[in-house]
Design a protein around this ligand. Structure first.
Ligand SMILES: Cc1cc2nc3c(=O)[nH]c(=O)nc-3n(C[C@H](O)[C@H](O)[C@H](O)COP(=O)(O)O)c2cc1C
Length: 159
């Protein structure tokens, strides 16, 4: 059986984290962008890790839809969940809770916050305006949490 990592990503951080995670797993792992992969052969996977990134308090709608459309089959798998965002600590914990259906959160073997990146030249004008206003930032920032990625991988490698 294989492991599936399926992620949503607008500017590439959640994708980068999905790839880093796949490199740390001791199983054959497929990594798909939820936007590009339509028909998934769930029979091949016993573990499914779902990730996405947060924009104005919400995870990508495609990630939410993927979870809801496949909830019954996902309930039969070993589930991992992660988000990418600039929020930390309790705020990040709260975002995980609001990003995924309760039925998956309560069953998940591991839930994690992988940090985030703000890359100004990947943003459109509206995004740049919001980010500059909210964060006062005028240069790129990256705070990807490699430790949290490694911890989630270790949890899965033990089961
Ligand atoms: C327009 C915009 C809105 C954002 N809103 C939030 C937010 O509400 N909370 C948060 O913690 N991070 C927020 N972020 C940070 C993103 O979650 C972070 O940049 C993440 O790494 C993006 O992942 P991606 O590259 O996979 O799309 C926002 C970023 C942008 C550009």
């Amino acid at each position: 059986m294989k492991t599936l990592i399926i992620y949503g990503s607008k500017h590439g951080c959640s994708e980068k984290c999905a790839i880093k995670l796949s490199e740390k797993l001791n199983f054959k792992t497929d990594v798909f962008n939820v936007k590009h992969k339509k028909n998934i052969d769930f029979k091949s996977y016993d573990k499914v890790i779902i990730g996405g990134s947060i924009y104005i308090g919400n995870i990508q709608k495609e990630v939410k839809k993927f979870c809801l459309d496949n909830i019954e089959i996902l309930k039969e798998k070993k589930i991992g969940l992660y988000i990418c965002s600039m929020s930390d600590g309790e705020k990040a914990e709260e975002l995980i809770k609001t990003s995924f259906p309760e039925e998956l959160i309560s069953r998940a073997i591991s839930k994690a916050y992988f940090g985030g990146e703000l890359i100004l030249n990947k943003m459109n004008l509206f995004e740049k305006f919001i980010i500059k206003k909210v964060t006062k930032l005028d240069e790129d920032t990256s705070n990807i949490r490699d430790n949290n990625i490694a911890r989630l991988a270790e949890t899965f490698n033990r089961i």
